[in-house]
Design a protein around this ligand. Structure first.
Ligand code: NAI
Length: 253
């Protein structure tokens, strides 16, 4: 039996879903490179999860800036010598408003993080995994990548784009034995959802309506998304690629 350790990069690691994924992966002994905008926030996550300097690295990086993406990929290689798993997960929600009320600046901002950031991550991680002839990537899309709803056009467009990118990347990577999938969370209890509720201007009604349109009748918890992500970013999912995994309490049923 091989005892070789695995190494993962998680972006958006200081956020609700990223932190719970880090917890799950740490529990199964994966070395972690935790990436988020602020180093203190990532260090706080590492401390909360009981990680140390041997099994983890905290990196401050903006996923939309190419030099910083190169930086976190190189930091992972310098520290662990390989990248087995990549959670391309950082994202922002952007403003609420009808299409005619949205600004082009808001569209550019959301695309910068949610599309350019995911694209850059793929650009710099894929060559490493192709060289290794192994690896798994998981892009975080959203149920908003499958469905339309009024009021969040930049976000919804960006998450549709992540699905397209996932499909292209999965096709391009498969000959090298590298898998690429997407996870599509529904409404999940994190800081992002609190912001979306607040931006809706009717937080309670927004939450009630969302719960009512979810067959399981509630928001999901970040741990419930992390469990599926942890599976897809493991060798248990060795024949799963180009797949879209909804974790949404049945919302698309
Ligand atoms: P969150 O707001 O708790 O975490 C997002 C993290 O990404 C934050 O720590 C933030 O600092 C980081 N981040 C934002 N911009 C960044 C940048 N330019 N560079 C590096 N890091 C950056 O949100 P949550 O819920 O954990 O979101 C994680 C992913 O899940 C996002 O891609 C989000 O769009 C997606 N998602 C979330 C859903 C929800 O209901 N919470 C539903 C569907 C998808």
């Amino acid at each position: 039996m091989t005892t070789e350790r695995k190494a993962a990069i998680i972006t958006g690691a200081a956020g609700g879903i990223g932190k719970e994924l880090a917890r799950r992966m740490a529990e199964r002994g994966v070395d972690l490179v935790l990436v988020d905008l602020k180093r203190e926030a990532v260090l706080a996550v590492a401390e909360e999860l009981g990680l140390n300097e041997t099994n983890s690295l905290a990196v401050a990086a903006d996923v939309s800036v190419e030099s910083e993406v190169k930086g976190y990929v190189q930091a992972a290689l310098d520290k662990f010598g390989r990248i087995d798993y990549f959670a391309n997960n950082a994202g922002i929600e952007g403003p609420m408003g009808l299409i005619e009320e949205q600004s082009v600046d808001a569209l550019d901002l959301v695309y910068r993080v949610n599309v350019r950031g995911v694209f850059l991550g793929l650009q710099h991680v894929l060559p490493v995994m192709k060289r290794q002839q192994s690896g798994a990537i998981l892009n975080t899309s959203s149920l908003a990548g499958l469905m339309g709803a009024p009021g969040m056009s930049p976000y919804i467009m960006s998450k549709h784009a992540v699905i397209g990118l996932t499909r292209v990347a999965a096709n391009e990577a498969a000959p090298s034995g590298v898998r690429v999938n997407a996870v599509l969370p529904g409404t999940i209890n994190t800081a992002m959802m609190r912001k979306i509720e607040a931006n809706s201007g009717m937080a309670d009604a927004f939450k009630t309506a969302n719960e009512a349109s979810t067959p399981l009748g509630r928001y999901g918890e970040p741990q419930e998304v992390a469990a599926v992500m942890n599976f897809l970013l493991s060798d248990e999912a060795s024949f799963v690629t180009a797949s879209l995994y909804t974790v949404d309490g049945g919302m698309v049923a």
